[in-house]
Design a protein around this ligand. Structure first.
Ligand SMILES: CC(C)(COP(=O)(O)OP(=O)(O)OC[C@H]1O[C@@H](n2cnc3c(N)ncnc32)[C@H](O)[C@@H]1OP(=O)(O)O)[C@@H](O)C(=O)NCCC(=O)NCCS
Length: 494
């Protein structure tokens, strides 16, 4: 690296890069402590005979970042995380999550995330009533949910339901209405965008509750009026026709705090997926369905379910040391610990811990709590976790609360996805309205496959074998022993 030519701010806010292949020096500007990866494309070198054509240095230097460990892909005003300090703030580096959890509600926080400022009374009233007004789904949605197999995972249902929902709204589909439908920033376009936002937030609880009721073998209920966002969600899941039914205010409030904490988390895997999908200018329903699919994975939203299954497998506090030894030998993973961004503590985990106590007061303590505490206490003192800076994350405690509330384990990721719809939409809206329009997200790759080769006729081919390089015959399910033994056209087996 060379030294900056002088100390003036324009010169000093830059990077001097010397390409040792050519001896040339390049100046790359630094703005907001970021260098542009495309600036490195200007760095070219002559191709050497041993260079693969796919890695041609004459086409410019590429920047590699597997898993986006240090790549900023967007300018955002939505959420700020300082992973080193364990800080999470929503919007304009202003509102610490601890204050919002104490004073705000999920929908008010949703407003903040989407529109950028805390609302006035009238603005909040409008937003809440629009969201609630849009909670009812078309009657045909009942057939859609009934078409799943009896044991379908609720996340499979919810993911498909978001895409299904989009099929009702041709006016929200840029493929039908023109690709600049949401990027125009004119009043009609903004109003159209808001309508989809109300629909998606309003119907998220309804779709999730329908996925729940299908599994319970219950009829569906119409979303009630006059309840809070989480109140009507609980009602839709649990109401069985009782008169004047009202969900427990303690659980309603606890769920609201959990929703608020899960509302956004910067560019996590699912928000990135929403933006990646949305960058093709597809409709927001498809983009949200893609985000929902991403959240389903055990490294992301599936972790709260994995924590409970892990705690059940450990069984009791005395088995914790043996479990931790297995983790250290990499035979097991300590679910609910570790985070890509938080390296000291996850601020949400403290609020969740308090919320858990509120819930346990009315539900009774969860029998897994002791094991969870023992695991937590041992792990935070253990050098393996300390040296890798692995602290409990939001999922370590949230699963215990959901379990205490009586939700089935496979419904836990749904309870994460529903509130995250707010964050996904905030990011999607911000991208649609960003200056300079939307650029499709199309990363580069480093091709390491075979070089150009000619087609070889079957009889002259060198056979490639091995589990990773050729198809493996699989056991065919669905055929009972009796069918396997049956005769078919004179033959003894199918
Ligand atoms: C969240 C997570 C995916 C972050 O992954 P990441 O940023 O890529 O971190 P890495 O996988 O590089 O982890 C760094 C080191 O810690 C170890 N590690 C990370 N999380 C661990 C965990 N939960 N249990 C045991 N070891 C873990 C890794 O094996 C690695 O060790 P090494 O350096 O000896 O190879 C990861 O911590 C994880 O899988 N956690 C469990 C799942 C979970 O709770 N997810 C919810 C997140 S909110």
């Amino acid at each position: 690296m060379g030294q900056p030519a002088d100390s003036s701010s324009s010169q000093s806010d830059s990077l001097t890069v010397r390409d040792n292949r050519t001896g040339k020096t390049y100046t790359v500007p630094i703005k907001d402590n970021v260098v542009s990866a495309t600036a490195f494309k200007a760095i070219v070198a002559p191709r050497k005979p041993q260079d693969r054509e796919e890695n041609d240095p004459e086409k410019g230097l590429r920047v590699s970042d597997k898993g986006f460990l240090n790549t900023a892909v967007i300018h955002s005003q939505i959420t700020y995380i300082d992973g080193e300090a364990g800080v999470l703030r929503y919007r304009q580096v202003g509102y610490p999550i601890e204050q919002l959890a104490l004073h705000s509600s999920h929908l008010e926080t949703g407003y903040l995330l989407i529109y950028g400022a805390l609302p006035s009374k009238a603005q909040l009233k409008l937003f809440e009533s629009e969201v609630m007004h849009h909670s009812i789904v078309h009657a045909d949605a009942e057939n859609f949910f009934r078409s799943f197999r009896y044991d379908a995972h609720p996340m499979a249902m919810l993911t498909s339901a978001f895409a299904y929902l989009g099929s009702y709204y041709s006016e929200a589909n840029p493929s039908l209405q023109g690709q600049n439908l949401f990027t125009k920033s004119d009043p009609a376009s903004l109003a159209n965008m808001d309508k989809q936002i109300y629909r998606l937030i309003g119907k998220a609880t309804t779709l999730a509750a329908m996925a729940y009721r299908v599994r319970q073998g219950r009829d569906f209920v119409t979303p009630p009026s006059g309840l809070s966002y989480t109140g009507q969600f609980l009602y839709q899941m649990d109401h069985l026709g009782q008169e004047d039914y009202r969900p427990s205010p303690v659980l309603e409030k606890a769920l609201d705090v959990l929703f608020l904490l899960h509302a956004d988390h910067e560019l996590n895997a699912s928000a990135t997926t929403v933006l990646q999908t949305g960058s093709s200018l597809v409709d927001p329903y498809s983009a949200i369905a893609a985000g929902c699919a991403s959240l389903y994975g055990p490294l992301h939203g599936g972790a709260n379910e994995a924590v409970i299954r892990m705690l059940i497998s450990i069984g009791s506090p005395e088995n914790v040391p043996a479990f931790l030894e297995a983790v250290k030998k990499r035979e097991k993973v300590l679910s609910g610990f570790g985070h890509r961004v938080y390296k000291t503590s996850d601020p949400r985990s403290f609020i969740i811990r308090k919320t858990a106590d509120e819930v346990f007061k009315v539900t009774g303590k969860d029998e897994l709590l002791e094991t969870a505490m023992a695991l937590h206490d041992a792990a935070i003192k253990d050098d393996y976790f300390v040296s890798r800076r692995l602290a409990p994350n939001v999922d370590f405690w949230s699963g215990l609360i959901y379990r205490a509330m009586g939700f089935p384990y496979d419904f836990f990721p749904v309870l994460f996805a529903v509130p995250r719809v707010v964050g996904w939409l905030a990011h999607w809206r911000q991208m649609m309205l960003q200056e300079g329009g939307v650029k499709i997200w199309r990363p580069r790759q480093i091709y390491v496959g075979a070089a150009k080769r000619d087609y070889v006729p079957t009889e002259k081919r060198e056979v490639v074998e091995g589990a990773k390089n050729s198809p493996i015959p699989v056991v065919h399910g669905g055929i009972s022993k009796r069918t396997a033994m049956a005769e078919f056209k004179g033959k003894s087996k199918l």
